[in-house]
Design a protein around this ligand. Sequence first.
Ligand code: ZN
Length: 457
Amino acid sequence: MAATVVRAGQVCSASAEGRLDIRIEDGRIAAVAPHLPAEAGDHVIDASGMLVLPGLIDCHVHFRDPGSPERESFPTGTAAAASNGVTTVLEMPTSDVPVTTAERIEKRGRHLTGRSFVDFGLYAGAGRGSLDDVAGCASAGAVAFKTFTHSPTAARAAAFEGLWAVNQPDLLCTLQAVAATGRVHALHCEDDSLLEYFASKDDASAPFGVRHRNSRPPVVEQSAVAAVTALALETRSRIHLVHVSTNHAVDIACAARDIGVDLSIETCGHYLTLDDRTLDRFGSHAKCNPPLRPADTREALVRAVRDGRIDIIASDHCSYTPDEIAKHSDDPQHALPGLPGIEFLLPTLMHLVTAGGIPMRQAVACLTSAPARRFGLKGKGDIAVGYDADLVVVAPDAPAPFSLSADYHASGSKNAVYLQGVDLRGRAMTTLVRGVPVVAGGELVGSPDHGKWIRAE
Ligand SMILES: [Zn+2]
């Protein structure tokens, strides 16, 4: 295979920063230096005037393949990932057949091989009813586990079977089972009994946005974070708090971190760039759990990224069809939660740097080296000799304007009306996955045969 040289870009990664050339041989980074001569036959990518980052790692996506292809699939979701500079995705276990056994992991991994433009890892679910299978899932290569601390609605019960643990004893046993595997344990923290309590207070005459945020106020998330971290201290778990949406949840988690709990804190692009006014404006199109919070909470979350307390950013990409979103547009209790976001992760990163005052290197780490380290993704997340040549060449100021008629790759992005009016900048011009161009000239050129299943050992 001919070598590739990425020339004269502004490189930014955990190990390299500055105007540098990158030489790629056999899918790996062979050299990083200010001036690398190209040899005859080398493929040269001119990155002058561009940013060159490690390919982004989105450690929280729901492409739900197999399951609901009308919502999203791996070919559409990973095409969207690549088009946005994401070179590795970690897929959550929610699916029509939830991924809670070794056999299901094997089956899913085989099904997705040949259907992914980028590299991927699979979560397994753990919870009430699935604990006997946790060790088997780890042996089958689950990169991490996921548990919800609340029960699903009746309509979603099948897709969540074995993925939740509500009361303290169930949660304790779930944490213990996953801790025994040594894998990271991702937790969706919202307290079940408080959700029930606030649902009973629902005022059906109030507007959609008010009803949704009143049904899941900050205390719902914060009390679950407190409970989970207290249990994790006991079980010596390696926990990962997904989509944290309030600064006080961060404070509680960091207090637990200070007394020795091994935890990472993830937030999402939407909590860092949008607030509850978007929920008020777009209703069921902007419903996510936890809800979008007030502007001062959003600002405090940006500060928590800046001071390093939040260490990971992910999309929590989640799609529905327009009909599904429209169906419960007046009913926040039944409207489906989740936002399509993977095509807007790179603009989020640029926004954090330009408007959030976060140093580029630190913002990049939240989407590259930090998740790679946390989830044990060897050879991923940095620009250094020996690493996989997963790179994205970014035109930092190029607009990625949102429009409902835009030709997005992800099915869900066509429904991303919640982004109307948001200034999105930063476009992936070239995306390399293990040295192979998947995006070139800003267009998808790769093949769904290329993505590799990353199995934890
Ligand atoms: Zn999620």
